[in-house]
Design a protein around this ligand. Structure first.
Ligand code: SF4
Length: 135
């Protein structure tokens, strides 16, 4: 049986009033320490693990610099037998998506995005405390 690897990225631009997931404000030094901790966890995975899915959830994984995502995925590939056609998902907040990030994610192997649109109605977005617009 193949494993699914879930990586919780615990950073957000701000806390949404309805959210119970753990997250804290993004800081570059904390993100570096966080990534080093994830790499240590990957190194400690059991031998012979095969994975067919990798999921970056959060928090807001799209806030993590693409170079960190790339380091984590490289470590997973080196430590696990990750299927060549593995589904690799990243949760992305619309405000943190740029063309450069999309290219970098694609380059590092992300092949699925879960975009936190929440709503296409401005009043609902305002009620939820979201800063992006339907556009
Ligand atoms: S951006 Fe997502 S994970 Fe972060 S606080 Fe809002 S709902 Fe929660």
């Amino acid at each position: 049986m193949k494993a699914g690897i879930y990586i919780h990225v615990p950073f957000c631009a701000k806390k949404c009033p309805y959210c119970d997931f753990y997250s804290a404000a993004y800081r570059a030094d904390t993100a570096e320490r966080y990534t080093e901790a994830v790499l240590r966890n990957i190194a400690a995975l059991p031998d012979g693990l095969s994975a067919d899915t990798v999921y970056f959830g959060g928090g807001t994984p799209s806030m993590l610099p693409p170079a960190h995502i790339e380091r984590i995925l490289r470590a997973i590939r080196e430590r696990c037998d990750a299927a060549a056609d593995a589904e690799i998902t990243l949760e992305a907040n619309p405000l943190t998506m740029t063309d450069a990030k999309l290219s970098a994610w694609r380059e590092s192997g992300i092949n699925r995005l879960s975009v936190g649109v929440q709503s296409f109605q401005p009043d609902v977005l305002a009620q939820l405390g979201r800063k992006h617009t339907p556009e």
